[in-house]
Design a protein around this ligand. Sequence first.
Ligand SMILES: [Zn+2]
Length: 167
Amino acid sequence: MTRTITLADGRNLEVECLSCAITSGLIEPTGGVIAETKYFHVHQDVAYPIPGLVILASKRHFYCMDELTIEERLEYIELIYRIREAQRKILGIEKVYYFYNEDTTHHFHLWLVPRYEWMYEFGKSVESLRPVLLHARNNLNNKDNMKRVIDAITNLREELRGIETEF
Ligand SMILES: [Zn+2]
């Protein structure tokens, strides 16, 4: 089943699995690839212009945590650690929400959603996530903020450079 995806830059695309489309290079994510390893792909969320909102997606098409191979598991936790470390060091992000669900239309991917001051007006924890993302999509899609997003991607890429050789 195909669905239409709206990218942060306004493009609409019809894809079967967005994660497959991005990790295979069919879709160039906004700002380009942040990092790529043997089993995973790191990129900015293509739909929501929030600096440092990173998606860690598997390259293999599957949905559930208990489908990870032992090699993927080891890479996964190390990558989460390294991305989080870079978010703090490069972007000064003090708290991150991690979101992942198995009944998604695109395959295995973890959202690392930074918490910024402005987000707290939408509350805390999981119920604030949707309003925060919609606010970003509807109100932060401007030139100044997109520059911050692209700068964050560039700086994270620089910080994670060479990570693929560490596994
Ligand atoms: Zn897929």
